[in-house]
Design a protein around this ligand. Structure first.
Ligand code: ATP
Length: 330
């Protein structure tokens, strides 16, 4: 994966440093979380036993196909919904029962954004700032998110991307210890996405624990320290963006239908080699030089001239595959 990361973070002025990954209880601790929607004809298990921990200073992205359970999970972590099972602790407190003092320590961006439609944008941001003891300078944040010249415009007159920028500004203005965001960049142009991701990385540098969902996998590869891939309410993969997709794949060409017995014998028992489409072959798992030589001589023996490529599946390929499996399982 070659995506470049967003620029290195700069520490916000005046904020006390919270050491990334400090030992002890993490700002976000989720154990065995279960959330069922009482839908008809039968209830839907949207989150099915998820364990999750986000350390101070860590940016964790949630990915997965539509209906995987990301929003249901984030609703529980943000305190909007009560889980049916398991425990959620955010800054050590059950977020569903948290009082205003705890809620002020958590920045939240949810899909409906919850912004007052008639209020001017600047007033909304100033109101959020006034709820915090040590807010970030409103003008600087508004300028960085490109909402500074929209100050007198009512929220309902903002475009969806402008509203999303404003919602992110409101979530960040109180220097949160935890940031929970459901698809915060979905409506943003490339400049807006970059601004949000840079601010998110800065917040993490300052010790904020970030949990965020996205379908924009390029953003995830750029900004996340860790990715959780969900499907059917379960975590199916968890790791750094460039490792989470699992094993390396060797792809090579040969005439369609070339017999694989000889190659399987050369590669050893249990080797997962197959023809994925006519003339295209795939071998899963990390390979040593000797195995690549075996493939090359098998190709030569079958009159093939194509090369051999080594690749790790992309995050996009993984999410596509899981979406496919999720549809077939339902
Ligand atoms: N209010 C609800 N009532 C009934 N079922 C629901 C409700 N909300 C979500 N679900 C179901 O729960 C499952 C998980 O939905 P959820 O919105 O959490 O997924 P998601 O990963 O956020 O999807 P998307 O990527 O489309 O936003 C889906 O099967 C969905 O149909």
């Amino acid at each position: 994966m070659t995506a470049s990361r967003v620029p290195p973070a700069t520490r916000s002025s005046g904020a006390p440093s919270r050491a990334p990954g400090a030992a002890g209880t993490a700002p976000v601790e989720v154990v065995g979380l279960r959330r069922t929607h009482p839908a008809r004809p039968r209830p839907v298990v949207a989150v099915d036993g998820v364990d999750l921990r986000v350390a101070a200073g860590e940016v964790v992205a949630l990915c997965g196909p539509n209906g995987a359970g990301k929003t249901s999970l984030l609703d529980c972590v943000s305190g909007m919904r009560r889980p049916d099972g398991g425990t959620v602790r955010v800054v050590g407190v059950d977020p569903y029962r948290a009082g205003p003092a705890t809620r002020a320590r958590v920045g939240v961006v949810l899909p409906d954004l919850g912004l007052p439609a008639a209020a001017p944008a600047r007033a909304v941001l100033a109101h959020h700032a006034a709820m915090h003891a040590r807010p970030r300078p409103v003008a600087e944040l508004a300028e960085r998110l490109g909402v500074d010249d929209l100050g007198r415009t009512a929220v309902r007159r903002l475009s969806s991307g402008q509203r999303q920028r404003l919602a992110v500004a409101c979530a960040l203005v109180g220097r949160p210890e935890v940031l929970v965001m459901d698809e915060p960049t979905a409506a943003l142009d490339p400049e807006g996405r970059r601004a949000v991701l840079t601010l998110v990385r800065e917040a993490a540098e300052d010790g904020c624990a970030v949990l965020w969902s996205s379908h924009t996998l390029l953003d995830v590869e750029r900004a996340a320290d860790r990715v959780l891939v969900l499907a059917r309410g379960r975590v199916l993969a968890d790791g750094p963006p460039d490792r989470v997709t699992g094993e390396e794949v060797v792809r090579f060409e040969a005439p369609p239908g070339s017999p694989l017995d000889g190659l399987r014998a050369a590669l050893g028992a249990g080797t997962d080699v197959r023809e994925t489409s006519p003339g295209s072959f795939e071998l899963r798992g990390s390979r040593g030089a000797q195995e690549l030589v075996s493939i090359a001589s098998w190709q030569a023996g079958n009159g093939a001239r194509g090369g051999i490529t080594l690749a790790r599946p992309s995050l996009e390929e993984l999410v596509l595959r899981l979406g496919d499996e999720q549809r077939h399982a339902s």
